[in-house]
Design a protein around this ligand. Structure first.
Ligand code: IPE
Ligand code: IPE
Ligand code: MG
Length: 265
């Protein structure tokens, strides 16, 4: 069983830099954006794809290494059938159109979620885009599609059990994390939800344990590079204590800055 090379926010203390290494976004508010303009809800989804392009570009420029976008939740099947099928078509068209550009820009593309309900054509497209871009490292772009945080934790546990049905030992945090759909990425440093709601909506339940949560009323089609910068600026003001006291953190940074070069505090 492989264990992830990334620090767990509950088992150790992750390193914190000025730029979030991993940003995870719930892209919400497309329908309301369209309704405000007396357009059908789906027009908001189409416009939202442009925001996706801009946010990918801006994230790369800012030095973010992992960007994860919630595109379709395991609960979004409850929407009207025509909206669901529009979203699937849009995803497929965007992927067909953008995959070469993603690859040229050195982006690794991954999809997390239960693909078993998707059209075979869409699944093929996803798998070939993932294979094409597998060795790229400028940015890892993960799209959560038919994703649910509860599904993710359960599939991880079930994979462990399926491999060893006789298993008696308790599952460790590291073993479970290694089986999550996003086992190739560190936990998000910054979470952003557009559209005004302040909830997680079954997104990355496990990984958001110590993530800084940023909520904005801006609707997704109106979100842009400038709004992303505002979220990052807000993130920089946070004191990420991971359970410790503020005094301990100040002591820690004093120790680090007084350590001789090459010596670790
Ligand atoms: C988010 O926008 C996109 C998806 C969930 C696919 P919404 O479609 O939820 O927009 P609102 O929340 O109705 O405005
Ligand atoms: C969350 O948005 C899922 C995505 C953005 C894909 P929703 O608009 O579906 O969330 P709820 O149902 O209002 O919480
Ligand atoms: Mg919504």
């Amino acid at each position: 069983m492989i264990e992830t090379p990334f620090a767990s926010s509950t088992r150790s203390i992750p390193e914190v830099g000025a730029v979030p290494r991993h940003i995870a976004i719930i892209m919400d508010g497309n329908g309301r954006w369209a309704r405000q303009r007396l357009m059908p809800r789906v027009a908001g989804h189409t416009r939202g794809v442009e925001t996706v392009r801009e946010v990918i570009r801006a994230s790369m420029e800012r030095g973010v290494s992992y960007l994860t976008l919630f595109a379709f939740s395991s609960e979004n099947w409850r929407r009207p059938a025509d909206e669901v099928s529009f979203l699937m078509q849009l995803f497929m068209r965007a992927l067909q159109k953008e995959v070469d550009r993603l690859h040229k820009n050195g982006i690794r593309f991954r999809v997390i979620g239960d693909l078993s309900r998707f059209d075979a054509k869409l699944v093929d497209l996803i798998r070939s885009a993932e294979a094409l871009t597998a060795d790229n490292r400028a940015l890892t772009l993960s799209v959560a599609a038919n994703y649910g945080g509860r599904w993710d934790i359960l599939q991880a546990v079930n994979r462990i059990l399926a491999r060893d049905p006789e298993r008696r030992e308790a599952i460790t945090e590291e073993q479970l994390a290694a089986e999550l759909a996003m086992n190739y990425a560190p936990e998000p440093d910054l979470f952003i939800r557009t559209g005004g709601e302040q909830r997680i909506s079954n997104f990355l339940l496990w990984q958001l344990a110590y993530t800084e949560l940023f909520f904005t009323d801006t609707l997704w089609p109106d979100f842009d590079a400038n709004a992303l910068d505002q979220a990052i600026a807000w993130y920089r003001q946070r004191e990420r204590r991971f359970g410790r006291t503020s005094e301990q953190l100040q002591q820690h940074s004093a120790d680090v800055s007084s350590a001789k070069p090459g010596e670790h505090a």
